[in-house]
Design a protein around this ligand. Sequence first.
Ligand SMILES: [Zn+2]
Length: 389
Amino acid sequence: MFGRSFQVARVAGIGIEIHPSWLLILALVSYTLADGWFPQQYNSWSTEAYWAVGIAAALLLFVTVLIHELAHAFVAIRRGLPVPKITLFIFGGVSQMAKQPRSAGEEFQIAAAGPATSVVIAILTGAAAWLLRGTNEKADGILWYLASVNLLLGLFNIVPGFPLDGGRVLRSIAWKRTGSFRRATRVAGGVGELVGYGLMMLGIFLLLGGFVFDGVWFLFIGWFLLGAARGETQNMQLEAILARVTARDVMHTDLPTVRPGDSIQQVVDDHMIGRGERALMVANDGVVLGMVDVHNVHGVPRDSWPHTPVQAVMTPREQVVTVTAGTKALDVLMLLAGKRVEQVPVLEEGCMIGLITRRELLDRVHLAEELAPDPGDAPEPQSTIDRTA
Ligand SMILES: [Zn+2]
């Protein structure tokens, strides 16, 4: 979405981050509480009191969302799976794990810890509200609110749609049954897509019924879940396919090279249009000076091509994004996507020994996808896992 997350705290080595979109949902929840929920139940408070209690209840709600995420994280950490950070964002919280669970049992425990915690929070706050009933209206209101929302949170997360907690529980069960992590992910991903479509349809019905706010909200959350379910399935497939492939396996070694004094026109005619090469090494007597690609050329007006040397537009060697021969192919793919570059040279002991282009790498992935047997068990652990609260 928009902006970057910023860290606000550290709990047991886990960075607690807040995404800018969280401020939006905090404001929205505070507003609905101060303007609707509390005035409907208690009619004698001042406007300031509605707002103070509304904001306090909204903040406490996100504290309980954080506790839900911490429950996932603590179970994962105790199992030896590091959790570098938890992010609060518009749809709740996300625990990012550095590794995939290694067994169905592990995944089941980590996933189930969240909704179980939400239900426990609901019971505790509900019990506290009941014990304190009649003593303080404001505390009463906040506690009942926390109890009901946490109960909803616990129930919503049991919906078996990937990437909700229930989807992970479903995957762990399918994993146990079939013995195949890939097949289980496909099942949970498929159900997750159905849930996403279902929520979007619910949103449309609500919109047609005149409930604009709820309609838009369900459309939005359905769309988010749909994308997340698809992304998770694709990631898992990529990981399984690329687990044992390194940069050396996917690079090509016939490095097309031009001289620094060659004109752009020459390079475009002979190499780019002539042989379909999108990126070329610029080298003098075997010494690599930099790289020139289609983007560099685009920056120069066409009339200047015949008399501009490539040296003038190339990316100098020290600025070229590179990988080493041993880099995992999956990491290369992430790098290409992250840095938005089309190709990356491969270094070994400081020398450029090959080039990987995004297009070739994706072709390899698609080919491997068609031919790959189901590996059966867990893939090499390396991905991050997202959980909506
Ligand atoms: Zn969760």
